[in-house]
Design a binder for this molecule. Structure first.
Ligand SMILES: *[C@@H]1O[C@H](CO)[C@@H](O)[C@H](O)[C@H]1NC(C)=O
Ligand SMILES: *[C@@H]1O[C@H](CO)[C@@H](O)[C@H](O)[C@H]1NC(C)=O
Ligand SMILES: [Cu+2]
Length: 180
């Protein structure tokens, strides 16, 4: 009964392939940090980059994307930063948002997200950023599931005061001049 009388049609082959690819991505993907935008691994293949960012990792401190490139998102001191994580395969276990001032060192939790990986779908929150400006700081999403796996994604951020003291003084001078 294994001998097939006719070969698979092109559309059947496409269907089977799509099914397999779907299965593979389902098995490997667990979740990805969508906002702010993260660093991704040095990889030519975009699908693999995304897969590595989704998979459990043993690479500390920033997972597979650790030394990769990513955009830098700029915020104001104390700004409420929107964070979004999409869970594709749920596992219980605590998730948190952490902050490092420089060089991915001394990560400190700035928000606990609870058991954010217990259900599939998008997890969003607003996180209050530190007030102190920094040029090369990192936001890390960290999830440690009930099987001991780590999911880590890092995003490059900057905290920039749009009106540092000297500028503030200058602009108020300008204003008072205009008022005179
Ligand atoms: C980045 O990290 C990967 C895996 O840890 C390593 O194989 C690679 O050599 C590193 N690349 C650079 C430029 O440091
Ligand atoms: C978000 O997760 C859902 C399942 O929970 C999945 O179907 C969807 O493809 C994911 N989207 C992204 C951008 O990861
Ligand atoms: Cu899993």
């Amino acid at each position: 009964m294994y001998q097939s009388k006719k070969s698979l049609s092109f559309s059947q082959i496409v269907f089977v392939l799509a099914f397999l690819i779907g299965l593979v991505s389902q098995v490997s993907a667990h979740g990805i940090f969508l906002a702010p935008p993260i660093r991704l691994a040095h990889e030519k293949d975009n699908a693999k980059k995304i897969m590595l960012a989704n998979d459990p990792t043993t690479e500390m401190p920033c997972g597979a994307g650790g030394n990769g490139s990513g955009p830098v998102t700029t915020y104001m001191p104390g700004e409420e930063m929107l964070v979004a994580y999409n869970v594709t395969i749920p596992h219980p276990g605590p998730c948190k948002i952490e902050f490092s001032k420089k060089d991915d060192k001394h990560f400190m939790p700035i928000m606990e997200l609870g058991e954010c990986g217990a259900q599939t779908g998008l997890v969003t929150s607003f996180v209050t950023l530190p007030h102190e400006p920094c040029d090369e700081c990192t936001i890390r999403f960290s999830w440690n599931d009930n099987l001991g796996n780590w999911y880590l994604n890092c995003a490059n951020i900057q905290i920039v005061d749009p009106m540092p003291m000297h500028k503030r003084r200058r602009s108020s001078t300008r204003k008072s001049r205009r008022n005179n």
